[in-house]
Design a protein around this ligand. Structure first.
Ligand code: ZN
Length: 197
């Protein structure tokens, strides 16, 4: 009977559709490590494309919005599956404290086996001047810009010191008063998308 035959085909189609939608869920997402391209270089990678961070009580509460904004900038990259989320029980901690090298504004420490990251810690230098608002004074660093750079290290994108790459977020030095590197360039995005497609 023709009606029954159509239903039979519909059922097969639905089962196939279910199978393929289940099969393509990003359970085992592709994650790469140790890549490089124009104005970016990467190292080890997290075993998952979803990573959390904790904001330590040493960080002023007024900084929270800036830090979360920086995380969202990276999470929102359409070509990368990697997400950063604020979680008070995370072992990946952002804090404020003293840094051994006085020229450091903030420092990201990446704990990794040769290819897999276990933990990242970020410390803002307590002797530097930071601001939550724009325009940043000529003496202060805008937290959103600094943290966007530091979150780049969570992707294990490396500092870049090539003069051709001065405008990328992952360029290694910062002037006080600047803010434009809170926005990612296509080169930062290329690195993130390669590491966590
Ligand atoms: Zn850096």
């Amino acid at each position: 009977m023709i009606i029954r035959s159509i239903w039979k085909h519909m059922l097969v189609f639905l089962l196939l559709a279910l199978f393929f939608s289940w099969n393509t869920r990003p359970v085992n997402a592709v994650i790469n490590n140790n890549g490089s391209g124009f104005c970016w270089q990467s190292g080890a990678a997290w075993p998952s494309n979803s990573v959390s961070y904790k904001i330590d009580p040493t960080i002023p509460a007024s900084w929270t919005t800036n830090i979360n904004t920086s995380a969202t900038t990276w999470t929102n990259i359409g070509s990368s599956s990697f997400t950063l989320s604020n979680n008070s029980s995370s072992a990946n901690v952002i804090s404020k404290g003293s840094l051994a090298n006085p020229s450091h504004i903030a420092l990201a420490s990446i704990y990794a086996s040769p290819t897999t990251i276990n933990k990242v810690l970020v410390v803002f230098d307590q002797t530097d001047s930071f601001t939550t608002i724009l325009p940043a004074s000529p003496e202060s660093h805008w937290i959103t810009e600094i943290m966007t750079h530091e979150f780049g290290h969570w992707f294990n994108l490396r500092d870049n010191y090539s003069s051709m790459c001065r405008s990328v977020t992952m360029y290694g030095t910062f002037e006080s008063g600047e803010s434009y590197r809170a926005s990612l360039t296509s080169y930062d995005i290329n690195g993130a998308a390669w590491q966590y497609p």
